[in-house]
Ligand binder design. Sequence first.
Ligand code: SF4
Length: 397
Amino acid sequence: MDKISLKHLREWFKKNAADLPWRPADLDAPRDPYAVWISETMLQQTQVSTVREYFIRWMKRFPDVETLAAAEESEVFRYWQGLGYYSRARNILKTARIVCEIDSMDSLPRNARSRMTSRKELPATRKELEALPGIGAYTAGAILSLANHQQEAILDGNLVRIFSRLYALDFLPTDKIDKGRCPPEQVRGRLFKSGMTICEKTPAEIYWNYAREVAESPKAYMHNEALMELGRTVCKIKNPDCAHCPLRASCKAFADNRVSEFPPAKKHLQKDWHGIVLVIESADHKILAIHGGQKFFKNQFTLPHFESPRNATTGLPAQAETYVDADQISSVQSIGQIKHNITVHKIECNVLHVQLRSKAPVRNHSAKTAHEIQWVKREATQEFFANSFCLKALAML
Ligand code: SF4
């Protein structure tokens, strides 16, 4: 991106930067890396308007990495509940514990381990950050650039869309470009060895190179953040507001009147999953929760669930005996259907209420499943279950 475009971008950002709880009024001020890490992780897959309140609540309860590292996983999940993609919360907690040396650093590269000891703060190099659970290239770049003002590249969905339009790139970073398939003319010189039709760089490298160009500019932290904001508010997925865009003069897609063609559509591979979820209730009104061995929510307590054909009858299937003895069941009732999306899975589940004759046993381990189980008082389930899949099923009671 040329100097003039970057200057226009900066001026636009100074006038239009939204007031956000993780953004100081002084756009040149360095920030708390912990706050950048939390806000950027929350913002993955989630709208700014939703994240705003979650972030404020989170920072009140877990204002720094040490407080977070000392928290119970169930509480962390509660503060995340509603944001979805719970693996993000789990990884945040794992990373906090590694940084604070509560958890083992064995999984980290040796050099990352030694430099991280006794610091109790996030590391300050891309290599060390990317070695931590849940911190990928994007989040590492955001922490280093926005918080530490290092000249590090950022590439998120907003920047991909802007670069695709600015340079008329008709491929995505995740695409595989076949031998012989030519990217657009204006980038060919950068991508192809002279006289060859084989791509010299992968699509991801092409995008990252544009991101690095921005990162090498003075005040790169501001340019990076301005591009993220521009993608969110002006160069939007639908109906980009090109008339008010500071990059209009250098935008290839705009000049060619082909904005709607970029970026190319992503191929979605959504998988349907049909199943049964069991709400097993003891005679003393406790609900069975199970940890492990489930299709979804493998690392947190959930209701037992398993796959079944779409047209299966609503009677109790044989697999239910994994969780409960048949002679203890007093009634089985179909209480409704829930729909839920988890990552690429489009889920439809029949909810079966299984009433038992017996009281809940005291033990919290099931010999039948070899997984941890817990009997939760019916009135405490809202607090206990940290995923909306279970809460939807329990709402049918
Ligand atoms: Fe996006 Fe339009 Fe700006 Fe080009 S001119 S970067 S398409 S908003």
